[in-house]
Design a protein around this ligand. Structure first.
Ligand SMILES: [Zn+2]
Length: 424
């Protein structure tokens, strides 16, 4: 089938993709539970109805994953990966529409996960159906819908990769923000993390006699700025990433207030660091003997988390504050180097870029995502080159009142359907 016909068919799928996005949003798959069984049943029912081959893969029955497969005539296998778990909704009063109602209004679908990334999953479902209805397609395509992405993929992509279930020549990650029809971009990779927990220990005492104790909270608060100093540590990412880093800086300028452009750019060359959780204290009249703080630290792909953690340990030692301990919170095989990245010059990148350029009529930027994706598992663990294009609307991921435009979703259907037809 020629590309124009395919795009014409995809153009007519707006209602279907909006309804499917809404349908997925209605199954609350938010963490901390992150149960994906409802979404998987929903996707399975759609596949069964349309005669699409599918399989459920679950390590934890409440957090299943599902793959929809369309067989091709050739021997190449393209996998598409997207996640169906979401982050919590936060305070309900910040939502104009309830987060799990999947309201369709103003040419958008509203709700938790609409942008990140049930909308993109819905677009993939429609693409699977469209490809499955064709007489023949050249490449086999597997659309994987995964759990646990928002917490590192333990029951989702990481497990699927480690257990050898991902098999493919190339992988399209459906996560992230592909810039919609106006400023299209491909993700060459994403940053990784080097989280640490800072523990302060002291000595407990009655609250009325603090001089008999050693207050762990006081120690912790004094130590936090010492951890934050790691944001001046120069990262050691590979030279070949320079153009992607520059492309990323340009891209993120568009969604960063001008006064923060400098920090945003610096954070590609040094770690970003933010203390996001503190636990301390047991009772108002007890001097605490324990306090802990957790830091989210993000690193440009290719740099080494261990060096950053070692640097933090040095800094904390230098502080001279007693009773401190630094504990890394993310140690698994995928963390030898941070995140993942692909070459901007591969045939896969050239072909993916060309399809998106043909469909949007716009030049395609290459960037690195600041957040992590399942690409870390598909690329680093399964060893499959992985490029990202997502239908998310700029600035919507993890926000209250999250929404996605139907325009972005239809563009996703076009790209996810067309690319497997032309890739060679
Ligand atoms: Zn996501």
């Amino acid at each position: 089938m020629n590309l124009d016909n395919v795009l014409k068919i995809a153009e007519g799928t707006g209602d279907e993709v909006a309804q499917l996005t809404s349908g997925l949003v209605k199954y609350n798959s938010a963490h901390p539970d992150g149960f994906t069984d409802g979404c998987v049943e929903y996707i399975k029912a759609y596949c069964d109805k349309h005669g699409i081959e599918n399989e459920v893969h679950a390590n934890d029955p409440k957090k299943p994953n599902i793959v929809a497969r369309v067989k091709g005539t050739g021997d190449k296998n393209i996998i598409w990966v997207g996640h169906i778990d979401v982050v919590p909704e936060g305070k309900l009063e910040n939502w104009a529409y309830p987060p799990y109602d999947g309201v369709i209004a103003d040419d958008c679908v509203y709700g938790r996960g609409s942008s990140d990334m049930k909308g993109s999953c819905a677009a993939a479902m429609v693409s699977a159906r469209t490809l499955n209805e064709m007489e023949s397609i050249p490449n086999t395509v597997e659309f994987w819908f995964t759990s646990d992405e928002e917490i590192g993929g333990g029951e989702g992509a990481r497990w699927l990769a480690q257990s050898g279930r991902f098999k493919g020549d190339i992988c399209v990650i459906g996560d992230g923000n592909g810039g919609g029809p106006y400023a299209p971009s491909i993700d060459l990779g994403c940053k990784g993390g080097a989280g640490v927990k800072l523990i302060a220990r002291g000595q407990t005492a009655h609250g009325s006699t603090p001089y008999l104790g050693k207050n762990a909270i006081t120690r912790l608060i004094k130590a936090i700025p010492w951890v934050e100093k790691v944001d001046n540590f120069t990262l050691d990412w590979p030279e070949g990433l320079k153009s992607a880093v520059e492309g990323s800086v340009e891209y993120y300028k568009g969604m960063t207030p001008e006064e923060s452009h400098g920090v945003m750019e610096k954070n590609f060359y040094t770690p970003s660091v933010t203390c996001n959780i503190i636990h301390a204290g047991v009772k108002i009249n007890v001097v605490p003997d324990y306090a802990e703080a957790e830091f989210d630290i993000r690193l440009t792909p290719g740099s080494h988390p261990k060096k950053v953690v070692d640097r933090i340990k040095d800094l904390v030692k230098k502080s001279g504050i007693e009773g401190l301990e630094v504990v890394p919170t993310r140690e698994h095989a995928a963390d030898d180097y941070a995140g993942y990245y692909e070459s901007p010059d591969s045939s896969f990148a050239d072909q993916f870029k060309a399809v998106i350029k043909t469909i949007t009529g716009k030049p395609v930027n290459m960037k690195i995502l600041t957040g992590g994706t399942d690409g870390i598992s598909t690329s680093k663990i399964a060893g499959i080159p992985s490029l990202g294009y997502g239908t998310s609307l700029t600035g919507q991921a993890h926000q209250p009142d999250e929404r996605v435009t139907i325009e972005n979703l239809v563009l996703g259907v076009k790209i996810f359907t067309a690319f497997p037809l032309v890739y060679q």
